[in-house]
Design a protein around this ligand. Structure first.
Ligand code: PEP
Ligand code: MN
Length: 357
């Protein structure tokens, strides 16, 4: 991989034979070209060479981008209009603010009914979060309900119509998790588990990629690159705080990374104010700051009884705090000329009437 390279971006209508001709031209110049695709858009990466005069009739690139550092398909220049990711009926990256909420971990049907009813009834939630497989620092901690947790997530979707975002921790689980999850979450501790990235990339299913807490912005983009290179452009980057000397908060939310990722990449950016701050009384102000910095989506821990939570109760909002935050977010996004995303074909009142609240 050369340190400096060119990316040649073509119209989706470019034919395989035409792209082959370009590959041959660039190879003859010693460019070592390779063909990639971002969704329908062909992109040829090659070492920087002198200007090439293409034969008449061969389609010219719609853009040429000077690149390097192993970052290709995530670059904003490849898709300047931005990527919209679809998670079930929800759209992320369309300019509106998309909020995902739910417990850190799925614990029981009763717990799920209580929290899911409460967040679904709060207008503006487009998806449910909940971990069935929990990567924990200690091997003795609660590691989630695993497959039965996924069954409870499926029930929650049936009751609310809201799509499910849940973590996958193991390449061997990917296929089976994909049967239930509307989107995969790759946790901070697995951001550089490259086999897992490839595997979720191959499913084509949307992925929320959380930034490793010891990883740079460039490393985060390189990790996303694995998923995109596997043919899956449905990726959301999630800033969830990095480790610094500051211990007053659980991690340090890198707010400039939110704006920077939006500038560098066409992928939507999500912020997790719960895992980053670790404190419920910081979740609202940090959520507002994230939206002001340009976040497309938020991922918020909510629990009906945080003091009894089996995982991360200390950072969860209660439903009342969550509803108050949604009200404040709505005012902020209106001021920014945006809107709060809603899932149009879900009537949350029906879900509440159906007995989940
Ligand atoms: C989570 O969101 O459940 C989680 C484990 O977060 P992170 O990977 O960011 O620590
Ligand atoms: Mn957690």
């Amino acid at each position: 991989m050369p340190s400096s390279e060119m990316l040649y971006v073509f119209q989706p209508s470019a034919q395989p034979a035409e792209l082959d001709e370009w590959l041959a031209l660039l190879a003859a110049r010693g460019g070592g070209p390779s063909l990639l695709r971002l969704g329908p858009t062909p992109v040829i990466a090659a070492a920087e060479t002198a200007e090439i005069t293409a034969p008449a009739g061969l389609p010219r690139p719609v853009a040429t981008v000077r690149a390097g550092g192993g970052v290709r398909l995530t670059r904003r220049e490849i898709r300047p209009e931005g990527t919209v990711v679809s998670i079930g009926p929800a759209r992320i990256g369309d300019g509106r603010l998309a909020v995902f909420a739910g417990p850190c971990a799925v614990e029981s049907r009763e717990q799920m009914d209580a929290v899911v009813g409460a967040v679904a009834a709060g207008n503006g939630v487009v998806g449910l979060r909940g971990g069935a497989f929990k990567p924990r620092t200690s091997p003795y901690a609660f590691h989630g309900l695993k497959w039965s947790g996924l069954d409870l997530l499926q029930e929650a979707r049936e009751k609310t119509g809201l799509p499910i975002l849940t973590e996958v921790v193991d390449t061997r689980h990917v296929e089976r998790v994909a049967e239930i999850a509307d989107a995969f979450q790759i946790g901070a501790r697995n951001m550089q588990n490259f086999e897992l990235l490839r595997e979720v990339g191959e499913t084509g299913r949307p992925v929320v990629l959380k930034r490793g807490f010891g990883c740079t912005v460039d490393e985060t983009l390189s990790a996303a690159e694995y998923i995109l290179a596997a043919g899956n452009d449905q990726v959301i980057l999630c800033e969830r705080g990095i480790r610094t000397f500051e211990h007053a908060t659980r991690f340090t939310l890198d707010i400039s990374a939110v704006a920077l990722l939006k500038q560098r990449s066409h992928l939507p950016v999500m912020v997790d104010p719960s895992h980053s701050t670790g404190r419920p009384n910081l979740v609202a102000p940090v959520s507002l700051a994230a939206v002001a910095a340009g976040a497309d989506a938020l991922l918020i821990d909510v629990h009906a009884q945080p003091e009894q939570a089996l995982c991360d109760g200390a950072q969860a909002l209660r439903p009342s705090g969550f509803h108050e935050l949604m009200g404040r977010l709505e005012m902020l996004v209106l001021g920014l000329g945006r809107d709060v995303s809603v899932v149009m074909d879900v009537d949350v009142r029906d879900a509440t009437v159906a007995g989940i609240a």
